[in-house]
Ligand binder design. Structure first.
Ligand code: C2E
Ligand code: CA
Ligand code: CA
Ligand code: CA
Length: 276
């Protein structure tokens, strides 16, 4: 676990703190959780920088517990990835998203709303998810909603050609592809222009320290400029302050996601918010 400076510990993964036995029992619990449909999805609205209204949503897995608490995805997702359970879990999440799309379309405030789903690399090696994505995409089209998937750069490390081909095929159908957490992975900026992606999501670690003149600032600034120059849409994650918002405006990023605007919420809560 490595810190990227400040309080922002990007490389920290809670699963690393679990013992072998704890992980084993977590695997069993995840299976039980999936069998009894315990996993749910929250949606975090994403705000257009120009329009200043909700342009899309990111779907984020939630695992509520009987005592009212949540096990954070930072704990169960890495384990589900290690055990392969992420494939089934993603299927369940996509099914929820599919059901929720018509309502998300109503809450979205731009002409066309998009819904973004995180897809782990393992889901690409097991083809089932791709068929499901096509189904959800068809469903989304009926509601005039764009389906987007978020992949991490590690996808392109594991397997250079076939993942790219799959992404190209999905894009040809009209599914948008976003690179998630850009900047904290292996990425080489030089790789960016070769990747079949429409959207770059700038990791919040990049904008956590926005003091002009600092190296961190220069890196964020340069990464965003590069992405924009490559004609990618840029979404900045982790916008929490007015200063970060101003930075996104100034850089002319396309959209912003962060607690400054909205926290991830259950669909029912989002519906209430709309009628405020
Ligand atoms: P992510 O894909 O980078 O998702 C964004 C995370 O940042 C979410 O954490 C979100 O709640 C959080 N976030 C959003 N705005 C802010 C902000 O302004 N400040 C701060 N401090 N945090 C903010 P969450 O929901 O805990 O998810 C953590 C990670 O778990 C996700 O990071 C993603 O990598 C993974 N994950 C969540 N749901 C899924 C899923 O359905 N499938 C897969 N494969 N991974 C998922
Ligand atoms: Ca994401
Ligand atoms: Ca992210
Ligand atoms: Ca992240």
């Amino acid at each position: 676990a490595k810190s990227s400076g400040g309080n922002n510990v990007t490389w920290f993964r809670k699963d690393m703190l679990l013992s072998y036995n704890e992980r084993l029992s977590m695997r069993t619990r995840i299976q039980q959780g999936m069998n009894s449909q315990e996993f749910s999805v929250h949606y975090q609205p994403i705000v257009g920088t120009q329009s200043n209204v909700i342009s899309g949503f990111e779907a984020l897995a939630r695992w509520p517990q009987e005592d009212g608490s949540f096990i954070p995805p930072g704990v169960f997702i890495p384990i589900a990835e290690q055990t392969g359970q992420i494939v089934e879990l993603t299927e369940q999440i996509l099914a929820r998203v599919s059901d929720d799309i018509p309502k998300l379309a109503q809450i979205g405030q731009e002409e066309k709303t998009y819904v973004s789903v995180n897809i782990s690399p393992l889901c690409f090696t097991r083809g089932i998810v791709m068929d499901l994505l096509k189904e959800v995409h068809a469903q989304a089209q009926e509601s005039n909603v764009v389906l987007q998937i978020e992949v991490t750069e590690s996808l392109f490390l594991d397997d250079k050609t076939s993942a790219k081909d799959t992404l190209e095929a999905l894009r040809a159908l009209g599914i948008q592809v976003a690179i998630d957490d850009f900047g904290i992975g292996y990425s080489s900026l030089s790789l960016l222009y070769k990747l079949p992606v429409d959207v770059i999501k700038i990791d919040r670690a990049f904008i956590s320290d926005l003091t002009p003149g600092t190296d961190a600032f220069k890196v964020a600034d340069a990464a965003i400029s590069l992405a924009l120059n490559l004609n990618k849409k840029v979404v900045v994650e982790g916008v929490e302050t007015e200063a970060q918002l101003a930075f996104c405006r100034e850089k002319q990023c396309h959209a912003m996601q962060g607690y400054y605007f909205y926290r991830p919420k259950a669909l029912a809560e989002l519906m209430n918010l709309q009628h405020r």
